[in-house]
Ligand binder design. Structure first.
Ligand SMILES: [Zn+2]
Length: 116
């Protein structure tokens, strides 16, 4: 598989995870205010399960989604602060992914996403 496709799928799985997390908390809040205590909450379990699935997909794909300059995972920051030349933390990288190029949070080099 082409590396640029792995990168796109990786970032997509992060977006899906974020969306599911928002949906989860909305459903949680909705259930708290608008449903009876005896109502079933299994849908919350399904939403959370889907979220966990998206996170697992992200972890697997992120392992292969590496910077061509320093060979570190582009969407995994770890506990170190991002490189000063980058535009922010790993979530910024994800957010800007589809603009075509991002700055590596590890080495500060510009990475052309479609040229991976
Ligand atoms: Zn790098």
């Amino acid at each position: 598989m082409k590396k640029s496709i792995i990168g796109k799928l990786d970032v997509l799985s992060v977006f899906i995870a974020w969306a599911l997390l928002i949906v989860f908390f909305l459903a949680l809040g909705y259930g708290k205010f608008f449903s009876a205590p005896e109502d079933s909450a299994t849908h919350l379990l399904y939403i959370f399960g889907a979220f966990a699935g998206a996170v697992v997909i992200h972890i697997v794909l992120a392992f292969f989604n590496r910077c061509p300059h320093c060979n570190k995972c582009l969407t995994v920051q770890g506990f170190k602060a991002p490189h000063p030349a980058s535009s922010g933390d790993w979530s910024k990288v994800v957010w800007r992914w589809f603009s075509g190029s991002i700055v590596c949070i590890h080495c500060g080099n510009r990475v052309n996403i479609n040229g991976l």
